[in-house]
Design a protein around this ligand. Sequence first.
Ligand code: S3P
Length: 449
Amino acid sequence: MDKILHGTSKSLRGAMSVPGDKSISHRAVMLGALSNGETHVTDFLNGADCLSTIGCFRAMGVPIEISDDEKEVTVHGVGLHGLKAPEEILDCGNSGTTTRLISGILAAQIFSSELTGDASIQKRPMKRIMTPLRLMGADITSRYDNDCAPLIIKGQPLHGIRYESPVASAQVKSSILFAGLYADSETTVIEPSLSRDHSERMLRALGAEVSTKKLSDGRAEITIQPANQLNAFSETLSIPGDISSAAYFITAALIVPGSDLLIRNVGINETRAGILDVYRAMGGDIELVNERLSGMEEVADLHVKYSQLHGTEIGGALIPRLIDELPVVMVAALAAEGPTVIKDAQELKVKESNRIKVMADGFRAIGLSALETDDGMILDGYGEDLSAAIRSGVVDSLKDHRIAMTFAVLSLLAGQDATGRPIEITLRDADCTRISYPSFYEDLYLTLR
Ligand code: S3P
């Protein structure tokens, strides 16, 4: 479904909250399913991706109850060895996290399975998990021999490995760590820099032995010992608001004049909070209020005010800490004074879409210029002239939820054409926001006052 977007004369004001964290919601279901006992989850993300994870575990015999609003979930764990062979092909939908993390678990089962997903999933690289899982002894093949899903996995006994991952990817790391639960000796993953560490935190809370070492050259070494069992969470797991969803509101509040917004209960885990560092370096007024611990994760309320931003450089170890936020950071860069350089972000090309190309195409479609590079983007900020530079046009989200939400934020600044008619941005497949943020447009328009 397409959506026609116009600018606003209002500002983002008041207080709001965003839905639960996607990465943590996935892991709560997966590890809840593998533990002994019941896991109660509140503020579960009811986006399509996390519902795909639930669907896969139900298909393997795990009883999972969901409330009517799909935000409260109870997982009746079956233990590490209690999954049943699925009768059908497991459907991971649009979710890379589901596909890659489940593969690590399936590799060690006593049954065979096949998993697949939508057109985007079937194009995403799976070699990055197939290689290390095979080193552990897994029998995992790509149905069309193209290193993509559908994947066929014949469960095998696994060995521990020491694996140096070429990418700082939490999906790769988690897939290996989950397989490592079942291995015959310890498993170590070395990453170029530490990627999001929700799996490690949750595994430790469930009694698994996981250690993390930061090496002097910036790499991170994570080791897991084989486990006999995981104990279910003793308390209800309340999922913090997703900083990747909050990113759209943080950005909108920074660039829409007059904004003053409080976003409550946002996860600020260091491995996820790169966007806060970048926006502060750009001159953004963001205050962390009421910092506290929620279960295994740090959270805070974010008080964000309209700010005159200036350009910056983003690269290196910062990239994995804000990889999903980079499209919307590009919008902030356009609203800033001076140039912004984003580099070392080749990973953007293998997300739900090629996010470097799709962003550059989208900007061009509405009259804005940005220089695509092989590993990022160079943006010459328009500063206060951004509004006047936006033209009417058609932006294709390519069904990528983060691209759709990013252009919805940018469109808030659209003005009028020479004849006084409002600029109109047509956003193709705008409803793909249901993947990670089903109530995104309602929340955005409710925040405008
Ligand atoms: C995720 C890890 C990241 C991120 C994705 C969620 C996770 O992917 O982009 O949205 O939950 O582990 P990579 O591991 O490919 O960097």
